[in-house]
Design a protein around this ligand. Structure first.
Ligand code: ZN
Length: 156
C-alpha cells in the first residue's frame, strides 16, 4: 500500500509538471483576425523571449470566399516583404498568391476564405530579438493595408 501511495504522488507530480508546461506553451501562441474590409485586427505582434517556437492562428472573420477576399499571413524581413508580395501576384489563387519556395519567407499560412481558420508553427531561433519583421497578406492588393510588425521581445 505504501508503494501505491508513493506511486500516486509521483503520478500527481508528473501531471502538475505537464500542466505547468502547457500553460507556459500557451504564451507562445499568437492570434490575428482578418475581415472582409481588407484589414487585420492587429498591427503589431510580439513574441515572448523564452519561446522556442510560436504558433500563429489566422481567423478569417468575414464571409467572402477565398478567390474574392482570401487572406493569408506571411512573415519576412522588413526589407523584402513588398517584393515577395508583388512576386506573389503571378502565382495565382491556386498557389495562394505566394512563391512558397522563396527562402526570404520566414513563415506562412494557407490562404483562407470567410469563416475559415488556419495556423502555422515556426522556429523563433531564426529571428533576432529586437529586430522588426513584417507580416502581410499576399492576396492581390491586400498587402497595402494588411501588414504589420512582428518583434521578439528582448530578454528582460
Ligand atoms: Zn487578404
Amino acid at each position: 500500500m505504501a508503494f501505491t501511495s508513493r506511486f500516486t504522488r509521483l503520478v500527481l507530480l508528473v501531471f502538475s509538471f505537464l500542466a505547468a508546461t502547457a500553460v507556459q506553451a500557451q504564451a507562445c501562441e499568437l492570434t490575428i483576425n482578418g475581415d472582409d474590409m481588407i484589414k487585420f485586427d492587429k498591427s503589431t505582434l510580439t513574441i515572448a523571449p523564452d519561446c522556442e517556437s510560436v504558433t500563429l492562428t489566422l481567423n478569417h472573420t468575414g464571409m467572402l470566399p477565398k478567390d474574392q477576399m482570401g487572406h493569408n499571413w506571411v512573415l519576412s524581413g522588413s526589407d523584402n516583404w513588398q517584393t515577395i508580395a508583388t512576386e506573389g501576384l503571378t502565382e495565382g489563387v491556386e498557389n495562394d498568391y505566394l512563391n512558397e519556395d522563396d527562402e526570404r519567407i520566414i513563415a506562412y499560412t494557407d490562404l483562407i476564405g470567410g469563416g475559415e481558420s488556419t495556423s502555422v508553427t515556426f522556429d523563433v531561433g531564426q529571428l533576432n530579438a529586437g529586430e522588426e519583421y513584417t507580416f502581410f497578406c499576399s492576396f492581390p492588393g491586400h498587402w497595402a493595408t494588411m501588414n504589420g510588425t512582428l518583434v521578439v521581445a528582448a530578454d528582460s
